[in-house]
Design a protein around this ligand. Structure first.
Ligand SMILES: Nc1ncnc2c1ncn2[C@@H]1O[C@H](COP(=O)(O)OP(=O)(O)OP(=O)(O)O)[C@@H](O)[C@H]1O
Ligand SMILES: [Mg+2]
Length: 333
């Protein structure tokens, strides 16, 4: 156990040497990004035909998603498309109504709370808010899981906490309480806590939302470094496109609970950069994904607003009447 711990520490310190968090720049060792979606490798996460309803609303409609060890999978999609729900289903917070989730080759849908807690020790989660305990310092927040789930001495825990905080650039703020740090720092502290037990998988929900560009880039570089140097598998929900393209090995696009596209990052880059004339010949789904990637005002997503039936909702008019008949008839004078 101690040997594994020491090895883990050394590997993490290697990241510290390579990451220069002060100026946002990074030098990465090792091979260039390579596809880990090798057909020979078993997925570390397998979502099969996931269906999730909330009341009458179907939020996920038969979603399939395999994530391979060491890769960074980015899940994109508009607001309300089901990204966070999919993430929560993967980590066992929501039970799917249909389909199954396997983590580390084990089906988690039928596990009781105790079984789930065992699996949860092997992954970390970074929630949007950081989800820190306000009555504890940052260091205590990071130490908490180590105290609960290991029998390490206080001295070793202190060292582990310092390494995690240094990784996210917060070692000197260890004594502060969540109320005393900025939103970006909270997020980084949340990441340090998610790393506490040296997880094999890290789930992130909007890691860069609300961060300044430099902090956001630093979080991106940390995600990349964790993947390349520690072999951590990352599942990242985001609609920050710069960040998505910076970190992804593969990308998935959810639209209204349906998995529209799932492919290598390069495929999405090609789609994003495709000339307009060429893009016009594509089917609606691809044009929709392209519009999302580019953040264009015009495209299939824009025309959806007409489907909403706003006038019908307000005045009981049919869409036809709403678009063609003025709401107030002009008077003749
Ligand atoms: N616990 C819940 N109870 C009822 N409805 C829910 C619940 N969680 C999510 N929903 C609904 O499911 C849909 C998808 O929500 P979800 O949070 O997954 O979207 P999202 O893609 O993460 O959006 P955003 O980008 O805004 O975070 C929304 O319509 C939401 O209102
Ligand atoms: Mg969400």
């Amino acid at each position: 156990m101690l040997m594994m711990l020491v090895e883990g520490m050394i590997r993490q310190m290697t990241i510290l040497v390579d990451l220069d968090l002060d100026d946002g720049s990074i030098a990465l060792n090792g091979a260039e990004s390579q596809s880990r979606a090798d057909a020979q490798v078993e997925p570390i996460i397998r979502c099969k035909e996931i269906v999730k309803h909330f009341g009458d609303q179907t939020v996920l409609s038969g979603v399939n998603l395999d994530v391979y060890p060491g890769e960074t999978m980015v899940i994109m999609g508009g607001s309300g498309s089901g990204k966070s729900t999919l993430l929560r289903t993967m980590i066992g917070t929501h039970k799917p109504d249909e389909g199954s989730i396997e983590l580390f080759g084990q089906c988690v849908c039928d596990l009781d709370e105790e079984g789930l807690n065992e699996v949860r020790k092997k992954f970390g989660i970074l929630f949007q808010s950081g989800a820190l305990f306000n009555s504890m310092t940052i260091a205590e927040n990071v130490a908490l899981l180590l105290r609960e789930h290991t029998d390490l001495d206080d001295e070793i825990i202190d060292i582990q906490v310092k390494i995690k905080l240094e990784l996210v650039g917060l070692r000197e703020d260890a004594h502060k309480y969540p109320a005393q740090i900025s939103g970006g720092m909270k997020k980084r502290a949340g990441l340090a806590r998610a790393l506490a037990l040296d997880p094999k998988i890290l789930f992130y929900d909007e890691p860069s939302a609300g961060l300044d560009p430099v902090t956001s880039a630093q979080i991106d570089q940390l995600i990349i470094a964790l993947s390349r140097q520690l072999g951590v598998t990352s599942v990242v929900v985001t609609h920050e496109m710069d960040s998505a393209f910076a970190i992804a090995d593969r990308m998935a696009m959810l639209d209204r609970g349906v998995m529209l596209c799932l492919d290598q990052r390069q495929w999405f880059e090609h789609l994003r950069d495709m000339p307009e004339a060429e893009a016009q010949n594509m089917d609606e789904n691809r044009r929709l994904v392209r519009q999302f990637l580019r953040g264009d005002a015009d495209g299939p997503l824009a025309s959806r607003r007409d489907e909403v039936g706003y006038g019908e909702d307000l005045f009981g008019m049919t869409p036809d009447l709403v678009t063609r008949t003025p709401s107030v008839q002009p008077t003749r004078g």
